[in-house]
Design a protein around this ligand. Structure first.
Ligand SMILES: [Zn+2]
Length: 184
């Protein structure tokens, strides 16, 4: 049985369904059925505006963001989808924490709902550092389908690893493969 590292911690029935999708070669069709197209948030500037829009909607009072960027150094190996960093700098004699959000560059080629999921995840870290109950409550407040989207983001990583880009050669992902896949 091949290991499915992105799905560690999920219940066996979900892992079995994912194995079925892989074994029958329907993973791409499943993802394209749910997410027929990519998004056009291509630049760091566009990403910054998108993140700021969500932040001002849900987390207006939390500390400001100094930087938002796609980061090609965040890879699949570490299973680090995003990376929220606190950069501490001494300014005028007092320590000032700066918030940066870096999003793995592979989300540039992802469906918008999956980009939204990872942005919501990283924004939630502005208030909650640990992945505890309060953290996931905050994620669900910003995105009610958070848990389904997180699972689908893991399937998207599997897709990249096993089959390559979901929207290869087609910026907006129109595809003949578009059809409804199995519900996970
Ligand atoms: Zn996290």
């Amino acid at each position: 049985m091949p290991q499915l590292p992105y799905l560690a911690g999920y219940p066996p029935q979900i892992i079995d369904r994912v194995r079925d999708l892989l074994a029958s070669g329907r993973l791409s069709a499943y993802l394209l059925g749910r997410y027929p197209s990519g998004h056009d948030i291509r630049t760091d500037r566009a990403l910054y505006d998108y993140v700021l829009g969500l932040k001002s909607q849900y987390l207006r009072s939390s500390s400001p963001l100094s930087k938002v960027a796609y980061d090609g150094r965040i890879g699949l190996v570490h299973q680090a989808l995003g990376l929220h960093t606190f950069v501490s700098r001494v300014q005028g004699g007092r320590l000032k924490a700066k918030n940066e959000i870096r999003i793995a560059a592979l989300f540039r080629e992802a469906p918008l709902p999956l980009l939204r999921m990872i942005v919501v995840h990283e924004l939630a870290h502005l208030k909650e550092r640990e992945h505890g109950k309060a953290f996931y409550r905050l994620c669900e407040h910003m995105e009610p389908a958070y848990h389904q989207l997180e699972l689908d983001a893991r399937l998207f990583l599997l897709q990249l690893e096993r089959h390559g880009p979901l929207y290869a050669g087609d910026l907006f992902g129109r595809s003949d493969l578009k059809k409804k896949g199995a519900e996970i």
